[in-house]
Design a protein around this ligand. Structure first.
Ligand code: PEP
Ligand code: MN
Length: 334
């Protein structure tokens, strides 16, 4: 971190500031120029509040030269992280399809979809039990009962299950859940992230709809700072001025995140587009730009789905996406 001091900062003020940094474990490299004094701060500056520094009388500007995320940072962990979900690996060259309905509805529905997506090649089953809905009058999910039905589908197919938690109090239902999803709306629910950091289960962290990549990585950092390093990032589209799609799929984040972090990155083309016919082309594009996995909503009867039917694929359509994505992956991994 570099701090540029205002013209006219007195020696006493500079000395006090250097002592302040020293007390925070930083060493200071001081360089006095004709008009400005520059302080180069060496050490762990992640705990330094740049806004607080900017508020001091003698500081003109502050610039971070290293990122505020440490555990998620590729610089300090050059190897790809491979998240192992009971033998199903994702990251570091391991690619997975995560598929299933937006919401778990009935035993028949979840078991039929689970069987079909498994046969097609999915490595994990997704299904919402606690649903974050925009309207309080919309179906809110089967909650604890939904997780019980997911467990039945897991027992039948052997597929690990991925489902969303919205609140710390719901975690009592998650003992047999393999991957806990944090939805876009909760990406910055820091108390929830801290709680998940104490757990030893993989976390699928979705990007907030108005969040930068740095904010996404800072949220991953909350989980990792607590000791849980098993984090999978998920791009699910961001909010822009465009209304033709539900969100705007930011695929450039995939190669960028791979530079910034060692964590696996999956893409969710279902929530990114909101339109079933766009899911396949976006899934292919996601695979082509290096995603470590794709999460797709699949329903046995999309027209009658209780949630997100317009963006859900039928099992047959999912079959087709899997074979085309696999063909793309063969080309790009050559
Ligand atoms: C979901 O995956 O069902 C979901 C609600 O997604 P998001 O948090 O990305 O909106
Ligand atoms: Mn959905």
């Amino acid at each position: 971190m570099i701090a540029i001091l205002k013209h006219g900062a007195s020696d006493k003020q500079i000395e006090n500031l250097c002592t302040w940094f020293g007390n925070r474990g930083l060493s200071v490299h001081l360089s006095k120029g004709e008009s400005h004094t520059i302080l180069g701060l060496i050490g762990d500056t992640t705990r330094i509040d740049t806004d607080l520094l900017m508020g001091l009388d003698i500081i003109e500007s502050v610039k971070r030269v290293s990122e505020p995320y440490k555990s998620a940072n590729r610089k300090f962990h050059p190897e790809d992280t491979i998240v192992d979900v009971g033998g199903v690996k994702i990251g570091g060259g391991n690619f997975q399809f995560i598929a299933g309905p937006c919401s778990v509805e009935t035993h028949e529905q979840i078991c039929e979809v689970a069987g079909r997506v498994k046969t097609a090649g999915a490595g994990m089953l997704r299904g919402g039990a606690f649903k974050p809905r925009t309207s309080p009058y919309s179906f809110q999910g089967l909650q604890g009962e939904g997780i019980r039905l997911l467990e039945e589908a897991k027992a039948k197919t052997g597929l690990p299950i991925v489902t969303e938690v919205m609140d710390i109090h719901q975690l009592e239902y998650f003992d047999n859940v393999d991957v806990i999803q944090v939805g876009a709306r909760n990406m910055q629910n820091f108390e929830l992230l801290k709680e998940l950091g104490k757990m030893s289960k993989p976390i699928l962290l979705k990007r907030g709809m108005a969040s930068t990549l740095q904010e996404l990585l800072m949220s991953a950092e909350y989980i990792m700072a607590g000791g849980n390093e098993q984090v999978i990032l998920c791009e699910r589209g961001i909010r822009t001025f465009e209304t033709a799609t539900r969100n705007t799929l930011d695929l450039s984040c995939v190669p960028l995140l791979h530079e910034m972090t060692h964590l696996p990155v999956v893409v969710d083309p279902s929530h990114a587009t909101g339109i079933a016919k766009l899911v396949k082309p976006m899934a292919l594009a996601a695979a082509a730009c290096g995603a470590d996995g794709i999460m797709i909503e699949v329903h046995n009867d999309p027209k009658n789905a209780l949630c997100d039917g317009a963006q859900s694929l039928t099992p047959d359509e999912f079959d087709d996406v899997v074979s085309c994505v696999n063909a793309i992956r063969e080309v790009i991994t050559k």
